[in-house]
Design a protein around this ligand. Structure first.
Ligand code: ADP
Ligand code: MG
Length: 516
C-alpha cells in the first residue's frame, strides 16, 4: 500500500535464517541467513554457482526449502508458493519477462485485475487512467499505449518493477538485472532503484559486479559455494575484501602451472585499433598473434562478445580499424569473414547458430569449406568422408556412429569438437570462439582445450571470449580484461592471479583506467 506521495505505509523487515537446499541429494545451500529492511539495498554477491538464485527462489516461494525460517515483520512467514510470497509483498524481477508482449503498457499494468464497468466489460479508459497514475506516482515515463513487445529491455524491466509495485510489493528482488542492459540503461535503472529506496521499498540486488555494489548497495552479503561467507555495510568492504570473500583465500594462486608453456608466438594475425560500436564497446585495441591464445575476459554484457561478433562480420563497428594478416577492413558478413579474411567462428549457442544438427558429423566438418552447398544440403558423401578421415583423430570425436552420426545425437562436448573441426578443414588463420565450453562436461572440456592448443601450435591465432575464470587461467597465453565496453587490463597469463582478474572484470572502467 502506498500513500498520496507514493511512500510505503509499512516498511518490510525480512529475516531469513538457516536456509538449506539440496538438489538430487547434493546440498547447494548450507544454511544461510539473509536480512533486509525497507529503504535498503542488500547486494547479494558471489561467483556463478554460489547459490544466490537458489536462495532468493526460496524466499520467492519458487523452491521449497529443506530447512530454515523466514520471519517477516516479526512473524514467521509461511511461504510455499510464489502466491504466498506475493501476499507478503515479495516479488522477484526475473530476466525472463512475465509481461504480455502483445498487450500495451497500460494493459500490462492492470494484468490480472482489469477494471470492469457496470456492464461487466473492461473499462479501457480506466485502464489507461490507472496506468498513468501508477507511472506518475513512481516517476516513470513509459508510453502507455505502446505494445510491450516493442519496448527495450530496460523499459520492460522498469515495467516489471512498476507492475510489482502496483501489486503492493514491499521487497523487490532483482537477479542480475543489468546483464542484458547497455551502460545508459543501467544508469537509468540505478536512478530508479534510488527512488524506490527513498520510498521505503526493500531491495535485494543480485550481482557479481563490484562497481554496482559500490554504487547502489547499503549492505553486502557474499555467498561462496553455498555458504554466506561475509556480510556488513558496504562502507566496511573494500574491493579486495569483496573479491577475497567471493573467491576464497585458498584460490589466490599463480596460474603458470595450469597452462601449456614454451611454444612460439609469431607475427600479428588480428590487429584492431580504436574499435567502437556505439553503446556496446569503445576504443578497443587488440592484437592476436600466430600461435597465441588470447582470452577476452569479462562479465556477461562487458562488450567482449559483441566485439567478437564484429570481428566475424556479424556487427558493424562505428569507428576503428581492423586487419587480419595483410587484409584490412571489417568483414561485411560472416561469409566475407570466412572467405576473404580466413576467420573461423564458434558461436555462443552452437545448437542454433553453429551446428546443422540435422546433418551428420562428416557433413558438418565440411560445410565451412563448401559454403555454397550448405543451403541445399547437398554435400557429396565421398568428399565429406575424406574430410572426416583427415580430422577424426585430431579432434577425438567420440560418437558411436562415426562419420555418418547425426550431430544432434552427440554430446555437447563432441558437438563442440565438430564445430572446431570445420575451421581446421577450412585452414582458418584466426579462430574466434565465444564461451567455448559452456554447457560442456569436465572431461570434454579438457579435450577441447587440447584441440585449441593444437590449433595454436599450428600457428593459428585463437581469440576466446569467456566469462569463465577457470577457462581463462587454464588456456590463455594472454588475457585482456573488459568491463563496460572497454579494455581495463592486459596481462601475460603467467603474471596474474584469479582474484586480480575477477576484481578487474568487476571494476568501473573510469577508475581502472585512472589506476593504470
Ligand atoms: P548462482 O545464482 O549463485 O549462480 P545457483 O543458485 O543458480 O547459483 O546455483 C547453485 C548451485 O545449485 C549450482 O551448483 C547449480 O548447478 C545448482 N542448482 C541450481 N538450481 C538447480 C536445479 N533446479 N536443479 C539442480 N541443481 C540446481
Ligand atoms: Mg544465479
Amino acid at each position: 500500500m502506498t500513500t498520496e506521495n507514493g511512500a510505503l505505509n509499512r516498511r518490510l523487515e525480512l529475516r531469513a535464517t538457516g536456509l538449506r537446499k539440496s538438489f538430487g541429494g547434493v546440498e547447494v545451500l548450507h544454511g544461510v541467513d539473509i536480512t533486509v529492511k525497507g529503504g535498503e539495498v542488500l547486494a547479494l554477491l558471489g561467483e556463478n554457482g554460489a547459490g544466490k538464485s537458489t536462495a532468493i527462489k526460496i524466499l520467492a516461494g519458487d523452491y521449497k526449502r529443506d530447512a530454515g525460517v523466514i520471519v517477516i515483520d516479526g512473524e514467521e512467514a509461511d511461504i510455499r508458493s510464489p502466491r504466498d510470497a506475493g501476499a507478503y509483498g515479495l516479488r522477484v524481477i526475473y530476466q525472463e519477462f512475465s509481461d504480455a508482449p502483445d498487450l500495451t503498457v497500460a494493459e500490462n499494468l492492470s494484468l490480472g485485475r482489469l477494471p470492469r464497468n457496470r456492464f461487466g466489460l473492461v473499462d479501457w479508459s480506466r485502464v489507461r487512467r490507472d496506468a498513468r497514475e501508477i507511472l506518475e506516482k513512481l516517476g516513470i515515463e513509459l508510453p502507455i499505449r505502446a505494445l510491450v513487445g516493442n519496448l527495450g529491455v530496460a523499459e520492460r524491466q522498469v515495467l516489471e518493477i512498476a507492475r510489482a509495485l502496483a501489486g503492493s510489493a514491499r521487497l523487490l528482488i532483482l537477479d542480475e538485472p543489468t546483464s542484458a542492459l547497455t551502460l545508459e540503461e543501467t544508469d537509468a535503472l540505478f536512478a530508479f532503484i534510488e527512488r524506490l529506496k527513498a520510498r521505503g521499498v526493500a531491495i535485494i540486488y543480485i550481482t557479481h559486479r563490484l562497481d554496482e555494489v559500490e554504487r547502489i548497495a547499503d549492505n553486502v552479503l557474499v555467498f561462496r559455494d553455498g555458504d554466506a561467507v561475509a556480510e556488513g555495510p558496504v562502507s566496511k568492504f573494500g574491493r579486495k575484501e569483496m573479491v577475497e570473500a567471493m573467491v576464497g583465500h585458498e584460490l589466490v594462486e599463480e596460474v603458470a602451472s595450469l597452462r601449456g608453456e614454451g611454444h612460439e608466438i609469431g607475427e600479428p594475425v588480428l590487429t584492431i585499433e580504436g574499435a567502437t560500436s556505439e553503446g556496446v564497446f569503445k576504443d578497443v585495441d587488440l592484437e592476436v598473434r600466430e600461435g597465441e591464445i588470447l582470452s577476452l575476459f569479462g562479465r556477461i554484457g562487458c562488450g567482449a562478445l559483441e566485439l567478437a561478433e564484429a570481428v566475424f562480420g556479424l556487427r558493424e563497428m562505428t569507428a576503428g580499424s581492423m586487419r587480419v594478416g595483410d587484409r584490412s577492413g571489417q568483414p561485411t558478413s560472416p561469409k566475407d569473414a570466412i572467405a576473404r579474411f580466413g576467420i573461423g567462428f564458434v558461436p555462443i549457442d552452437r545448437k542454433t547458430d553453429g551446428l546443422l544438427t540435422v546433418l551428420n558429423v562428416a557433413e558438418n566438418l565440411s560445410v565451412a569449406s563448401w559454403p555454397w552447398m550448405t543451403k541445399a544440403g547437398l554435400l557429396p558423401p565421398m568428399a565429406t568422408a575424406k574430410v572426416f578421415e583427415r580430422w577424426y583423430e585430431t579432434l577425438d570425436i567420440r560418437g558411436k556412429g562415426g562419420a555418418t552420426q547425426i550431430v544432434d545425437t552427440l554430446s555437447g562436448g563432441n558437438q563442440q569438437k565438430v564445430v572446431l573441426g570445420r575451421w581446421l578443414e577450412r585452414e582458418s588463420r584466426l579462430l574466434v570462439l565465444a564461451e567455448p565450453t559452456r554447457g560442456v562436461d569436465v572431461g570434454a572440456r579438457a579435450q577441447i582445450y587440447q584441440v585449441l592448443r593444437r590449433f595454436a601450435d599450428q600457428g593459428i591465432a585463437v581469440l576466446i571470449v569467456t566469462s569463465d575464470i577457470e577457462e581463462v587461467v587454464r588456456i590463455s597465453d594472454t588475457i585482456v580484461v573488459m568491463s563496460r565496453g572497454r579494455v581495463v587490463a592486459r596481462h601475460r597469463a603467467s603474471e596474474v592471479d584469479r582474484a586480480q582478474l575477477i576484481r578487474q572484470a568487476a571494476e568501473d572502467t573510469v577508475e581502472a583506467a585512472a589506476a593504470g
